[in-house]
Unconditional design. Structure first.
Length: 632
């Protein structure tokens, strides 16, 4: 039996996980025979295997080695082995010498515009100018003496700006520059007044005063300006730096040729609202007493409680005047809101006060008053006149109530509202007024009537606070247009204001129309209104309409005899097509009226029949109510 173990030591083996392949070198050539000899049981070491034989190979005992044969041909190159593990990185070599700098590359494309806003630059220095005209800087002095105020200073002659009638201005401004030549030019204009000065605080231009200059006097070291106060706000403290701005008013031009007389009669403006009844237009003679303690020294005297007219808060008026008239009942009638004018009988000096209260103090009356205005003063025992007057009415013209809004947008202001295009009343150039007034009543016809004239300006508009009429603004109206069937846009030119209006103020809008220039004069006659609507008029002195609704009237029947018995037949004959008729109540405290344009005129015997077109109106007339017929 062959020795299996020795044979195995010469077997080339190939091992996989299941079998051992034994290759025995056969002697029959250069080939190998391969047999599957069994399964691997285990491996003892690299050279020893224990095999479970499944096939009994045939082994032969090896003989002695033969001579070495010729070297066989080189076999095919075996499959390359796998790459070995990478070796460690070597040390860095020395840095080479830097090469020469390359040339500048071509410019790149321009980047897209930035969408980020850059920082705002610093504000520039504030300029000095405001209001226009030439300007000089001064320091204000509260001294009111007529004397050289000192270099760089100027002063008033009254501590109350509204009462100032003179300015004292040094020859040098606050920079110590001699400006005599500048001051001397102020009255060069031949216009009256020749110039206007606006004086305002350098640090707060809202604190200002405006004066018209009527004359100047060059004195030693300073100038005296005679002025009329126009407008202002606030006062200046002592040494306040101010700016004095001059606007020279150009010379008055030569009078133009007289234009040809117009053939068109201008419309008569609507009557203004009647003011609260005053105590009448009476005037009483008194003597002024320089005593400032009540009661008056004697019958016929008037005294003040302060020697400075602008500081007076009480006036003591004896019940007996200088003519020995007992005026106790007359003085009782003077009411709150009335005015007292006291003036000299020998010159133009005067003073005016508002009445805040009236107390019958026995033999005299004590009036608590507020100063309005004055000129000059009174000497002890100087003959004076006392003229009480009723409270000022609502400016004149036709009026509508609104609510003021500080919104400045050109848009419908909303029912009951009106607004301007600027909250600074001086800078206003437009006004926007809703069709409905404060009471929700449509007043579109009222606005339309305001623009019927051909005169420029069309008229003057005054808007004032209902509860404080001293706060107001006045403008000339140059145009007005209806916008989007919702509101009216008025084009305005500023005239005056004092001092301002407040958001949501209840205001009165008063318009005084400037009629077309027409035939000079006009006629007004007294009649009685008849509610009969069928011709002829009921009696002499009557006027009738053909419709009870004034806006629907197309014919008016006017008796040739008025209520005073005057025969007006020839006067009525002269009424022509396009003339205007204004019929208004003659009753006190009654503002009812109606206005028509004449279309035809027929003499119907004892009366005239006038074909008319309705223009405007307010209210109606009662039967037999006294009325006026105005023809223009």
């Amino acid at each position: 039996m062959p020795n299996r173990h020795s044979a195995l030591t010469r077997i080339h083996t190939m091992v996989d996980t299941d079998h051992i392949y034994a290759n025995a070198a056969a002697r029959t050539g250069d080939t190998y025979a391969t047999e599957d000899v069994g399964k691997l049981l285990w491996q003892q070491d690299d050279d020893s295997f224990y095999i479970l034989l499944t096939t009994a190979p045939t082994f032969s005992t090896l003989g002695a080695a033969g001579l070495q044969g010729d070297t066989g041909d080189q076999g095919d190159t075996g499959v390359s082995g796998g790459a070995g593990a990478q070796g460690d990185t070597g040390d860095d070599g020395d840095t080479g010498v830097a090469g020469a700098q390359g040339g500048t590359g071509a410019d790149g494309d321009t980047g897209a515009d930035s969408t980020v806003q850059g920082d705002t630059g610093a504000d520039g220095d504030t300029g000095l100018g405001e209001f226009g005209g030439d300007s000089q800087s001064y320091n204000f002095s509260t001294t009111i003496t007529d004397a050289d105020p000192g270099s760089g200073n100027f002063r008033y002659n009254n501590a109350t700006p509204a009462s100032v009638t003179q300015l004292y201005i040094d020859d040098e401004n606050s920079d110590a520059v001699d400006i005599v030549a500048w001051l001397q030019t102020i009255d060069d204009s031949t216009n009256a007044p020749p110039a206007r000065l606006r004086i305002f605080e350098e640090a707060n231009s809202a604190n200002f005063a405006v004066f018209d200059v009527t004359s100047i006097t060059d004195l030693a070291g300073y100038f005296r300006f005679v002025v009329v106060h126009v407008d202002g706000n606030g006062t200046f403290a002592d040494t306040t730096p101010i700016v004095m701005t001059l606007a020279i008013i150009g010379d008055q031009g030569d009078q133009g040729d007289t234009g040809a007389d117009s053939t068109v009669q201008g419309d008569t403006g609507a009557d203004g609202d009647t003011g609260v009844a005053g105590s009448g237009g009476f005037e009483f003679k008194y003597l002024f007493s320089a005593n400032i303690v009540a009661p008056p020294d004697a019958a016929g005297d008037i005294e003040f409680n302060n020697a400075t007219l602008a500081s007076v808060t009480e006036v003591y008026v004896h019940d007996t005047d200088d003519d020995a008239n007992d005026l106790d009942l007359n003085l009782d009638e003077i009411g709150v809101g009335d005015q007292l004018m006291i003036r000299s009988q020998s010159d133009a000096d005067f003073v005016v006060y508002w009445v805040d209260s009236n107390t019958d103090s026995g033999t005299y009356h004590t009036f608590v008053v507020r100063y309005i205005n004055n000129s000059g003063g009174f000497a002890d025992n100087e003959a004076i006149s006392l003229t009480p007057s009723g409270r000022k009415g609502i400016f004149g013209g036709d009026s509508q109530p609104y609510v003021y809004s500080t919104i400045t947008t050109d848009a419908t202001p909303g029912d009951t509202f009106m607004r301007f295009n600027n909250t600074d009343l001086v800078l206003v150039t437009e006004m926007y007024a809703d069709f409905q007034n404060l009471y929700g009543v449509s007043v579109n016809d009222w606005h339309e009537a305001n623009i019927e004239g051909t005169n420029i300006p069309l008229g003057r508009m005054r808007i004032f606070a209902t509860r404080d009429p001293e706060r107001y603004a006045i403008y000339d109206v140059t145009a007005a247009v209806q916008v989007a069937s919702a509101y009216w846009r008025y084009t305005l030119v500023f005239v005056q204001r004092n001092p301002s209006l407040v958001d949501l103020d209840e205001v009165v809008m008063t318009f005084s129309q400037a009629g077309d220039q027409g035939k000079p004069g006009g006629y007004t006659f007294d009649y009685l209104f008849s509610t009969n609507t069928v011709a002829p008029p009921d009696a002499a002195g009557d006027i009738e309409f053909n419709n009870a609704t004034p806006a629907s009237v197309t014919s008016i029947f006017v008796h040739d005899t008025d209520s005073n018995g005057a025969d007006l037949d020839l006067v009525l004959d002269d009424i022509a097509v396009s003339d205007k008729l204004r019929i208004f109540s003659s009753l006190a405290q009654n503002n009812d009226f109606v206005a028509f344009s004449v279309d035809s005129n027929t003499d119907s015997g004892a009366y005239h029949t006038l074909g008319v077109t309705y223009l405007a109106g307010s209210g109606t007339f009662a039967d037999a109510e006294p009325i006026h017929l105005g023809i223009s």
